[in-house]
Write a protein that binds this ligand. Structure first.
Ligand code: ATP
Length: 361
């Protein structure tokens, strides 16, 4: 970027990002390609909250890890403020990954070093990145504990002596230690007791507002994603198939899969039956040709098998990839009856969604 060029408005951008793993599937020498992420295009603006939804194995965690540099895409780019993360010098990349971004994992019991007291867990990133003098680091540790609502009396406690909710607060405090601009939370409450989930979600929302963080929130809990996010990304078999403002996702989603997923979320559209989907999600080692959702979609035809649909943009914040999108204004109730007639035999999206749900109470 030349000095005359303005920096891009987005904080992070994925451009045609792919992640392909090689997995042992049969004998010792048999390796299959697993298409964990395919052609992901996504931008995240400063201060925005983006929710990521989709059935188990659709690539949510892979997307999250690519965003924060934990995984390197096998093709495509990840850009921070317009600069390709994987073309930075190693020290620049370490600084970007280490201090501009942070990740909060599902299970704080495994994410925290069990042998270190809370004080040291929070000091570690400050020490590694040489932030301030020792006294300032101690002060920052106290500040972080207060930010996440942990009494300073717990500073000498080990993770094993804390409750699950307190441990996740420590993990959040550690993630914030270096004042990141982007925090990615991958199922941050699914390992916690139901009683403390709301507290942790409210804490994340509060911190996001106070600190102006961009937050990417991955969850099976569609209701929570909708409530917390500005924008929702729907993934299916490694692909982003739709992104839409959270306020529109329920009634104005255009991708049939997004409608099916949301129709199957208990309490969201009651009292209606979910949109029935045919069969299981195909294997990520052998995704179908064309649109990956076509094998379960009641609207699919030859065009869907022939090619992946291009992206359609509606307004500045709604994009989807479908040859036969749900017509604007069509209700989900109408869709249920259409899809029920077309799907023979029908297995319900509820079965798929609830069977994979980690957060269902
Ligand atoms: N290291 C790996 N080696 C082989 N395959 C992998 C690896 N990591 C992920 N995968 C596969 O890539 C696909 C996407 O996985 P990912 O964990 O991103 O999905 P997910 O949507 O986060 O799933 P879940 O909701 O169950 O956590 C899956 O098919 C998964 O089995």
């Amino acid at each position: 970027m030349t000095p005359a060029e303005a920096p891009p408005p987005e904080l992070v951008a994925l451009r045609d990002a792919h992640v392909v793993h090689k997995a042992r599937t049969g004998g010792v020498f048999s390796r299959d390609k697993v298409y964990a992420l395919t052609g992901a295009d996504l931008t995240i603006a400063p201060g925005e909250t983006v929710g990521v939804v989709g059935e188990s194995g659709c690539g949510k965690s892979t997307l999250a890890q690519v965003l924060v540099g934990i995984q390197r895409p096998t093709a495509g780019t990840v850009e921070y403020r317009g600069r390709d993360l994987w073309r930075m010098t190693p020290p620049e990349r370490r600084t970007t990954i280490g201090s501009d971004t942070a990740m909060i994992f599902q299970d704080p019991s495994t994410a925290l070093n069990r042998r270190l007291p809370v004080r040291q867990i929070l000091r570690d990133p400050l020490d590694v990145h040489r932030r301030g003098k020792p006294a300032q680091r101690e002060e920052r540790v106290r500040e972080l504990m207060s930010l996440v609502g942990l009494p300073t009396a717990l500073a000498d406690g080990l993770p094993g002596q804390l409750s699950g909710g307190q441990r996740q607060r420590v993990a959040i405090a550690r993630a914030l230690a270096l004042e990141p601009e982007l925090v990615v939370a991958d199922e941050p409450t699914s390992a916690l007791d139901v009683s403390v989930r709301a507290q942790i979600l409210n804490l994340l929302l509060d911190l996001k507002e106070r600190l102006g963080l961009a937050l990417v929130f991955v969850s099976h809990d569609i209701q929570t994603v909708r409530r917390m996010s500005d924008r929702v990304i729907t993934m299916y078999l490694g692909r982003i198939v739709e992104e839409a403002p959270a306020a529109d996702i329920l009634d104005q989603a255009r991708h049939p899969y997004t409608r099916a997923l949301f129709s199957a979320t208990p309490g969201l559209l009651d009292p209606i039956d979910p949109i029935p989907l045919v069969g299981p999600v195909p294997s990520a080692t052998r995704p179908p040709s064309g649109c990956p959702f076509r094998t379960r979609c009641w609207k699919a035809d030859d065009a869907c098998a022939a090619a992946m649909p291009d992206t359609t943009e509606e307004g500045s914040a709604h994009r989807f990839r479908c040859h036969h999108p749900v017509p604007a204004g069509e209700t989900t109730r109408d869709l249920v009856s259409q899809s029920t007639e077309a799907s023979q035999p029908a297995s319900t999206a509820t079965a798929a969604a609830t069977a994979t749900s980690k957060e269902a109470p």
